[in-house]
Design a protein around this ligand. Sequence first.
Ligand SMILES: [Zn+2]
Length: 131
Amino acid sequence: MTEKKTVPGYNIVNGKKGCQSIPFTERLISKIIRCKGTGCWIWQGASTTLGYGQIWKKGKNILAHRAVFEMFKYAVPKGFELDHLCRNKSCVNPQHLEVVTHSENLLRAMRHKKARAAIAKARGENAELAV
Ligand SMILES: [Zn+2]
């Protein structure tokens, strides 16, 4: 005789959990919303303290934009990073990401920060807040 028991979140059949974990790619895609105006794919899941999306995979947190890029394009070579061309840290659209070296990524970030500060100064705003 088969005994069926249901617990919220789990299906227990004959004392064994009958539930399946959601495949990684399905979890990854489910946390993205697309922004029509900018074309950005905004990450809705957890994020790092720096504002980059992150997702749990095989026992550790990984960067969401990197996972999406590698799913749609190719593996980021060792020692390289992804630069957000749209300057939106929560964006995971692979078309908005470019593989660069760490030093190039830092240079671009500094140039962007200087440009934002110059715009803020021209507007008479506090340049320190324009990041
Ligand atoms: Zn974007």
